[in-house]
Each structure stands twice: as C-alpha cells, then as structure tokens.
Design a protein around this ligand. Structure first.
Ligand code: ADP
Length: 444
C-alpha cells in the first residue's frame, strides 16, 4: 500500500520539517518544544491542503492543480477519476433517456407516466392531442382531474388492470379512446391510450348493416309466409298432396329464416345498447322457469322430456326480464333439442357465498372439448344438420353470452360427449336480491 500511494513523499516531508526543528532544539536546549513546533507547522500545512481541496471541489474544476504533492496527489487524482466516470455514466444515461423520449414522443399512442399518488410525471406528444394534456402545466397534476370520467377513476382505483377501458376523449367527443394501465417499477403506472375511432366506426357500420338488413328482410318474409300459408290451404282443399308437401318445406324454410332474422336483430340490439343502460328491475327466476318449461314442452312437440327444477324461489336477479328470459329459455331449449326423447333436463337456481348460479344440465349428445370454447360464436354449430333440423339458428348461445355480459355474469360450459352437458350462468352477488317468491306475493 505504501508503494502504491505517495506515502514516502509524505514521510519525507515530515522528516524535512522535524529534523531541522530537532537540530534547532539541540542548539537552543529545548528539543521537545521545537518538535511540537515542527508537528504544528506540519498540521497547519495539512489543514491548508484540506482547505485547498475543498475549494477545488466546490469550484468544480476539472484539472488537477499542479502545485500539489505527496498523498494529496493521490487524493486529487482519485476524486478526478470518480468525477470522470460519473460524467461518462451521466452522459450515457441522458443519451438513453433522450432516445427513449424521442421514441415515445414519436409514438401515435399516448403514453403517460403516473407517480404512485396518481399525479402525472411525464407524457408524450400524442397525449397532448388525444387527451389535451399541456406541458408543463399538467405535470404534477392528478390524472383524475384531467380525465373526469367516473369509470376511469374506478379503473384507476380498483388496481385490476387486466383489461382496458374505452372512453371518449376529454378534448374531442368524436375521438374514441382505449385506455390501458400497466403497473411497473416502484408503484408507478404507465397509462397508454390508443385512438380506436376508426375501429369503433367500422364496428358501428357492421352493426348497423346487420340491424338494417335484418329489419329489411322481415317484411318480405312475412309476405312470403302469408302467401305460402294461403297456397297450402288451397292445396289441401284441392287434395294436391305433392304440391302441399313442397309448399310446406318452403314454409319451414321461411320460418327458419324468420327466426334467424329475429335472432340477428336481438343480437344487434344487445350489442348496440350500452352495457351501462341495462335496466335494473327485480326479476323472479322461479316464475321464468315455469314459463320456459311450458314453452319448451310445447316446442319439443313430443313433450316427452323430463324436467326437474330445483329453484330457490326467494332469489331474484337485478336486470332486464326480457333479456334474461331469452338467455335462460335458449339454454333450456338447447338442453331439450340436444337430448333424446325422454331425456332428463335438470334446471337449478341457487346461491352460495361467492355468487348465484342458474344451471341447466342435460343427458344428451354432449359436446367434444375442442368445440366448447367456440360455441358462443355466431353460427358456430357442432352439427349443422342437427341444429337445423331441430329449428336452431346458430345464434342462441351468442345471445346468451351477450345477455350475461350485460348482467356481469359469466357462462361456463362443461360437457361429456354421449353423457350430457352442463351450462352454468354465474351472477355476482351484488346482482341478486333475496325476496319472497312471486307466488307467495300473488297469493297475499
Ligand atoms: P343452435 O341454434 O345451433 O342450437 P346455439 O348457439 O344455441 O345454436 O348453440 C350452438 C351449438 O352448440 C349448437 O349447434 C350445438 O352444436 C351446441 N350445443 C348447444 N347446446 C347444447 C347442448 N345442450 N348439448 C349439446 N350441444 C349443444
């Protein structure tokens, strides 16, 4: 260590002061005092060096002063080296930050960095025109003061950022924005905002197109159906069997088309109406089940299916009666249509600590696992012929899925080919109420 640093020069300096002092002391007769004087001079000199070092540090000078020696040379060069590496690191870091800012600034998606308390730390160029953020005035402000939609505050608070939310831009109502938060680092959050106005418009055009075309087709279908009815009557009166059977087939096809058109219209209505506008009436599931049973028994023609219902009569759902009825009757209808005559259909409605469940279980044909995930897609059918022959439109489960989504419920499907299927609608507890049953109320 002694070799590495300039300690020898320091020792030399001390000797250079102390030896003359000692000699002077010998002459004057007080060696001790003279040595103390020598040490004091050395100490003063060192303090002076410390003072010089401090001045040098505060002045921020880069060059090492030339008039230093001994261990001080090492101290100065160590500080100088440290300073240099720091400077290089800083340069590298600021170049990196600059590159990052340049790339995010060039992005068409808005990016906002949020501090742990929800205030804005930084945002890019796109955030200015998509959300009207202003630099630098909005830095340090709460993001909820700038995006005032309660849905956004709720999204920010829940801390569940698995999904994104769609909002209108606070500066331009015609802009549709998709907002997504990604938590990162030390409780920071990155808010990314995408302009999906074009996709939104395309979606709207698609929905409107389906709604319009379905609507337009209704009238011609009614007319065709009406004429076919009359022609069948005429054919029967004339005893023309062949003609009548052909006309009947046409009649069947036109009613099938009518059902498809009706389902398409229902579906587009469900899609176009806002999820937040779903009505919140108290709906009695138990009275539904009786009506559905009657309807389905009539539909199954044979009426040979066995129904077992296990219904909690006092459990009501908050939602739209019309929509829920169509969802539940679709599920029960499917259970009948996809099970053999005499098959047992089990319907239950109950709740536990985590939710309320409407379950339809059949002992029918069942569904292979690979199809289950896709059943709720429009027109997805495992067996097209079977679906058609039993009067299916291929839209039933798509309607069920939409209705349930609008009621914050989820559909789960479990099935065993050849054994049967179970369709479960799970409602969150805040969507159900406990009330006296519909029958009891009617009897009072
Ligand atoms: P569809 O009008 O064809 O019944 P859905 O949307 O109601 O249309 O159902 C889609 C497909 O899911 C059906 O074609 C059928 O293959 C299958 N499926 C639905 N319910 C059942 C069930 N209970 N058992 C077996 N398969 C079913």
């Amino acid at each position: 260590l002694l070799m590495k640093f300039n300690w020898s020069a320091e020792v030399g300096r001390l000797i250079l002061i102390l030896v003359p002092c000692a000699l002077l002391g010998l002459v004057a007769g007080s060696v001790a005092w003279m040595l103390i004087l020598g040490f004091t001079i050395y100490l003063i000199w060192q303090v002076l060096q410390i003072h010089l070092l401090l001045t040098w540090l505060y002045a921020g000078k880069r060059k090492i002063p030339f008039n230093i020696s001994g261990i001080w040379t090492d101290i100065y060069s160590a500080v100088h080296q440290l300073h240099n590496t720091n400077r290089k690191r800083k340069k590298k870091l600021s170049a990196m930050v600059k590159r990052f800012r340049e790339s995010t600034a060039a992005m068409s998606d808005a990016t906002v960095v949020l501090a742990p308390n929800g205030t804005i730390e930084w945002f890019n160029e796109a955030a200015k025109h998509l959300m009207g953020l202003q630099s630098p005035t909005d830095v340090g402000r709460r993001i909820t003061h700038l995006i005032r939609d309660p849905r956004f505050s709720q999204y920010l608070m829940t801390k569940d950022y698995a999904e994104s939310i769609d909002l209108r831009s606070p500066v331009d109502e015609s802009l549709h924005l998709n907002l997504h938060i990604v938590p990162y680092g030390n409780k920071r959050r990155l808010l990314t905002v995408r302009d999906f106005t074009r996709i939104h418009q395309l979606e709207k055009v698609r929905r409107d197109f389906i709604a319009n075309i379905s609507h337009e087709m209704r009238t011609p279908l009614t007319v065709i159906s009406g004429y076919l009815e009359t022609m069948i009557d005429d054919g029967e009166a004339n005893g023309d069997q062949e003609q009548t059977s052909k006309l009947r087939q046409m009649q069947d096809q036109s009613s099938r088309m009518r059902r498809i058109v009706d389902d398409l219209l229902n579906l587009s209505r469900l899609e176009t109406s806002d999820r937040t506008t779903v009505e919140l009436s108290e709906v009695s599931v138990s009275s539904f089940v009786r009506d559905i049973q009657a309807e389905v028994t009539m539909l199954s023609k044979t009426g040979l299916h066995q129904f077992v219902a296990e219904i909690d009569e006092d459990l009501w759902v908050l939602g739209s009666a019309k929509e829920l009825y169509s969802a539940f009757s679709n599920l029960v209808g499917n259970a009948v249509r996809y099970s053999p005559q005499g098959g047992k259909v089990h319907v239950s409605w109950r709740h536990d600590d985590s939710g309320a469940y409407f379950v339809v279980e059949d002992h029918g044909v069942g569904i292979e696992a690979e199809h289950i995930e896709r059943l709720t897609e429009r027109f997805y059918r495992v067996n097209k012929d079977r679906s058609r022959n039993s009067g299916g439109t291929g839209l039933g489960l798509a309607i069920v899925k939409h209705v349930l989504q609008r009621h914050e419920a989820v559909l789960s499907i479990a099935s065993n080919p050849g054994v049967g299927s179970t369709f479960t609608c799970e409602f969150p507890l805040h969507r159900v109420v406990h009330k006296r049953s519909a029958i009891e109320i009617a009897n009072v």
